[in-house]
Design a protein. Structure first.
Length: 365
């Protein structure tokens, strides 16, 4: 399999989409711990590249530093140390990476006072076990922007699963799996049931990867995995987000739904929702992703399976939806006198459920 050298050319649209999701998540993640005044937080970019593409567009490491720069005042005020671990295996790229970051810090010396950067020029396979104790010790955000898919193997995924305060974002070339997943060489790294994957249309390959990875996690795992599929020509790539804390999950889903308000999970119309919307104009009414979710919320409320805002919020996150999607249908049900609850809002938000801990019940009328 030939792996192309990404930085020999400009980032394409799909790479930029990936990088924007990475940086949007960093933007949401950093203040969570800064506001708590946690003493040290860590960001790991294990496949950091050169810093910029051929046209000077920032790659992941520079975007991380930019996000720290945006929040540097509260970082100083709360005396939070941010350790940034940047790794790049290719020696030439590694030198460019160090140069790009030191130029950035020279121009932004206040950022330099807020972060400690640790550079390494190692194979991920060797570096990961060395840094794992640090990932385990501090709240950590881990980027694994690999070429291909092999580092999704259980060897790494299960280690990440065992950490308690880690959010991770993998990048995976899911199309490789479709083409090569049956091969011995591939299976040695990542053994996935290809007959299951191939039962679904090709466009769902990234979603299928996640379904299969979930089966590899321990039964009682608290880690939740979410896909964001990225189409580029005929190929499907994607992000795999993993975290155990509902606050982290809610933040990632907000980033994903902001990117695509129709499905929150792809840079294209993965479930043909546009077509469904057009068909519903002619009375056939196939349900869009949000409508189907809202119908299921309504059924669960009427059957008593969901009877309060905690259950509604948890159900929304488990299904890859935002609390507001559930809230919309709950409000409508109240208006239609199918249920009642105190106040005007069904309170299906992270803050209400976990921070303020305000519980409200939905009573069937
Ligand atoms: C998809 S690119 C990362 C791009 C980067 N995140 C950016 O925004 O520019 C993957 C990078 O990982 C490097 N790489 C490939 N195999 C590696 C390995 N085993 N360990 C560490 N880095 C590796 C490649 O040289 C390449 O620069």
């Amino acid at each position: 399999m030939s792996i192309k050298n990404l930085h020999d050319k400009p980032f394409d649209e799909s790479t930029i989409a990936k990088l924007e999701i990475f940086e949007d998540y960093a933007q949401a993640w950093i203040p969570t711990f800064v506001m708590q005044g946690v003493s040290t937080i860590c960001i790991f970019d294990f496949f950091a590249g050169t810093g910029y593409d051929k046209n000077g567009i920032a790659g992941s490491p520079i975007r991380i530093l930019q996000k720290i720069k945006e929040q540097v005042i509260p970082i100083f005020q709360r005396k939070v140390r941010i350790r940034v671990y940047l790794n790049e295996f290719d020696k030439k790229k590694f030198e460019l990476l160090k140069q790009a970051c030191s130029d950035f810090l020279e121009e932004n010396d206040h950022v330099g006072r807020a972060v400690e950067i640790e550079y390494s020029n190692e194979d991920f396979e060797n570096l990961f076990p060395k840094l794992l104790p640090v990932i385990k010790e501090f709240p950590s955000l881990v980027y694994l922007d690999q070429n291909g898919i092999r580092f999704l193997s259980e060897k790494y995924l299960l280690e990440l699963e065992r950490t308690r305060q880690t959010d991770f974002l993998y990048f995976a070339s899911s199309s490789y799996l479709w083409r090569l997943g049956e091969g011995k060489e591939f299976k040695a790294h990542l053994d996935i049931d290809m007959s299951e994957v191939k039962k679904e249309p090709y466009k769902f390959v990234h979603r299928s990867v996640i379904k299969q990875l979930k089966k590899k996690l321990p039964d009682q795992t608290e880690i939740k995995l979410y896909p964001f599929s990225i189409k580029k020509g005929a190929n499907i790539y994607g992000i795999i987000f993993g975290a155990s804390h509902p606050r982290a999950v809610e933040k990632f889903l907000s980033v994903a739904w902001k990117r695509n308000e129709t499905n929150g999970e792809a840079n294209f119309d993965i479930d043909d929702d546009d077509l469904k919307t057009q068909q519903s104009l002619f009375g056939d009414q196939p349900l869009t992703k949000i409508e189907a979710f809202q119908k299921s919320v309504k059924e669960k409320v009427l059957s008593g399976e969901i009877s309060n805002n905690l259950q509604a919020f948890e159900y929304a996150l488990n299904e890859g939806h935002l609390g507001k999607h559930a809230a919309e249908v709950l409000k409508e049900m109240k208006k239609n006198e199918e249920i009642t609850f105190n106040g005007t809002s069904p309170l299906v938000t992270y803050d209400q459920v976990y921070k303020i801990k305000r519980k409200i019940n939905y009573t069937i009328l």
